[in-house]
Design a protein around this ligand. Structure first.
Ligand code: NAP
Length: 288
């Protein structure tokens, strides 16, 4: 058996088209504005910012990258975030990761006004997820929910297993799917260390993996016909030493067992980017 590929590209295009159409109907001066805050000059953060700008340009969101010197203190960075919070023209604020070691990303993210927190990382927005609010949720969690919905599976009573319990992916995904009456199990390092991971994953109708360990989930750990959403993004070298990106699921063995599977790259990633645009539009509509 070879699983059906659940690709993110066309789903992302559909989300972007909706966002673009809504923005096209807004007066020019009211177009949503997203500000990315970057500290220092990390190549990964810069590449991500470039991609964000391109996506924003595509749909008509005004994008600004605010760069700060690597030596900025946490207090000064928070003061800069406060200024953006007060700026009525700014709808969304994101902190580009990584930040230098002397800055606590969580503290800075918590300083972003919840209405402008388009990454969904502010404690208030994560709290709203507990109440079932999807719109303010972290973009990756929203992307996973959208991908699951695209399969057309009725989530009521479905066995869902989420591997990974991070604040930005595993926990919000589990809560959002729980809210749709899936029976949701969350696995983590403790599950693996207890030797129980496979026992849980093989029972999943929908398996969501967000860990950051290349190939952690093998085909033998997947229920036949299951839907597999691979959130992982891992940079590894192939046999010839060439760099490539792989997920947390061992694709070649998983594709033989699963019913539907997201590729890496090209699965969750593009939908997450599109969700950032959707969240920026939502923030603009909410706070103006
Ligand atoms: P994270 O904060 O490092 O969380 C990883 C989670 O996996 C933690 O809950 C950790 O448990 C758990 N874990 C670690 N090793 C494990 C193991 N052997 N067995 C079971 N659980 C294990 O990472 P994240 O931010 O959630 O991201 C996870 C992956 O998704 C990364 O590869 C990241 O690059 C990727 N990602 C992709 C997107 C996208 O748009 N596609 C967006 C965000 C993240 P403990 O904390 O208890 O150790």
């Amino acid at each position: 058996m070879s699983a059906k590929l659940l690709e993110g590209g066309s789903i992302a295009d559909a989300i972007k088209a909706e966002v673009k159409e809504t923005i096209a109907q807004m007066p020019q001066e009211q177009r949503p504005q997203l500000v990315a805050v970057m500290v220092g000059d990390n190549p990964g953060a810069r590449a991500y910012a470039k991609m964000q700008r391109k996506s924003c340009d595509e749909v008509g969101i005004v994008y600004e990258l605010k760069e700060f010197d690597e030596s900025i203190s946490e207090a000064d960075l928070i003061a800069a975030v406060d200024e953006l919070n007060e700026d009525g023209a700014v709808d969304g604020i994101i902190l580009q990761m990584p930040v230098p070691e002397h800055i606590n990303a969580r503290t800075v993210q918590a300083a972003i006004a919840s209405v402008k927190d388009v990454d969904g990382v502010n404690p208030a927005n994560l709290g709203a997820v507990v109440m079932g609010q999807v719109e303010g949720a972290p973009c990756t969690a929203q992307a996973v929910v959208r991908l699951v919905q695209e399969t057309g599976i009725d989530l009521y009573g479905t066995e869902v297993v989420v591997v990974g319990h991070s604040e930005i992916v595993g926990k919000p995904v589990a809560l959002l799917l729980l809210d749709k009456f899936a029976t949701t199990t969350v696995c983590h390092i403790g599950t693996s260390d207890a030797g129980l991971l496979e026992q849980h994953t093989t029972g999943a109708d929908i398996l969501i993996v967000a860990v950051g360990v290349p190939g952690l989930i093998k085909g033998s750990m997947i229920k036949s016909g299951a839907t597999v959403i691979d959130v992982g993004i891992n940079r590894v070298k192939d046999e010839e030493g060439k760099r490539k990106i792989v997920g947390d699921v061992e694709f070649d063995s998983a594709v033989e067992v699963a019913g539907t599977i997201t590729p890496v790259p090209g699965g969750v990633g593009p939908v997450t980017t599109a969700m950032l645009l959707k969240s920026t539009l939502y923030a603009c509509q909410s706070h103006r």
